[in-house]
Design a protein. Structure first.
Length: 313
């Protein structure tokens, strides 16, 4: 997800997201690797359980995906063409060169000559692994999967829970017929807006322009004319998004529909968990008040759903 007009580095953080609460005094914070204490961890788990339950209620299969993916697979999905500024790769040490190319305590780096060629990628979104896991398969028209994975993005700077090198993203992914992919986003847009209202968390929905397609292609022009991604922002921070990819991943991963044999269409709903922590503590002032707000919102939405034709959460 994208943060628009981010606060400058070092800008004060209001509400509950204080240095102590996000463990901002730890050395890793400035490198985008902060830790969470018990209260923050408890709230993060509650949020993830909430979002996962939305997917399971809708019929999604919970799955666990690997933390790394073959760089060749991500390249086949145009990831390194479209998101080179965010890409992070991983590779083992070259043991034959370790003695002559040692780790430098002065720079904190291994020299590139001490590394094997980078063949593993750290994905920036959870859904990539879902599409690769389904490659070469035939799926039902109404397939749903939910996953929560560590994601990684190189940023120009890092800031508390708002902008991190490594973070957790819960996604609910639709694979199937075009109307299934479209209705998935409509349904979850309603859920997100109802949850935010119950939380007293004012969100605004804005079109985004993350280029899943090559910027010079006809598909890119279609994307600009008909947005494929909408973000839900608290203040200037995108904490959730709904994304349609049409048949892009169905084509690239050879995912076909059992009903027609044609390429599957895909869409996903994404929640940046740490960003939700930031928004909730900024809004409500502390971990405990934020947690009570989530519990109360869940209870009220469940009570409202009990008298409705279909579930709200």
């Amino acid at each position: 997800m994208t943060v628009t007009t981010p606060a400058p580095v070092g800008a004060p953080v209001t509400g509950g997201e204080t240095k102590a609460e996000t463990r901002g005094d730890r050395p890793g914070t400035s490198r985008g690797l902060p830790s969470l204490g018990p209260e923050g961890t408890r709230l993060l788990r509650l949020l993830d359980d909430t979002f996962e339950s939305w997917g399971v209620t809708a019929g999604a299969r919970p799955m666990t995906m690997p933390p790394l993916l073959p760089a060749a697979d991500l390249a086949r999905l145009d990831y390194y063409d479209n998101f080179p500024h965010q890409a992070v790769v991983a590779t083992p040490l070259d043991l034959d060169r370790r003695a002559t190319e040692p780790f430098s305590a002065d720079t904190g780096h291994f020299p590139s000559a001490a590394l094997q060629p980078a063949s593993l990628g750290l994905p920036s979104a959870s859904c990539y692994a879902v599409y690769l896991d389904h490659q070469g398969t035939r799926v039902a028209d109404d397939t749903l999967v939910t996953v929560c994975s560590w994601c990684f993005r190189k940023e120009t700077h890092y800031e508390g829970m708002r902008r991190q090198l490594g973070f957790r993203m819960r996604e609910i992914v639709a694979i199937g017929a075009p109307d299934h992919a479209e209705s998935h986003l409509a349904d979850f847009t309603t859920r997100i807006q109802a949850f935010a209202a119950a939380l007293d968390l004012p969100l605004r929905k804005e079109a985004a322009c993350d280029p899943f397609f090559d910027k010079g292609s006809s598909k890119a022009l279609l994307q600009r004319l008909t947005p494929v991604k909408y973000e839900f922002l608290y203040e200037d921070l995108a904490i959730a998004s709904v994304n349609t990819h049409r048949n892009f991943f169905g084509d690239r991963c050879d995912i076909t529909l059992a009903s027609t044999g044609g390429p599957a269409f895909t869409s996903c709903v994404a929640f940046g968990l740490e960003r939700w922590l930031s928004a909730l503590t900024r809004r409500h002032g502390s971990w405990e008040v934020a947690r009570e707000a989530v519990l109360d919102a869940n209870a009220r939405l469940r009570a409202g759903a009990s008298g409705a034709a279909g579930p709200v959460i």
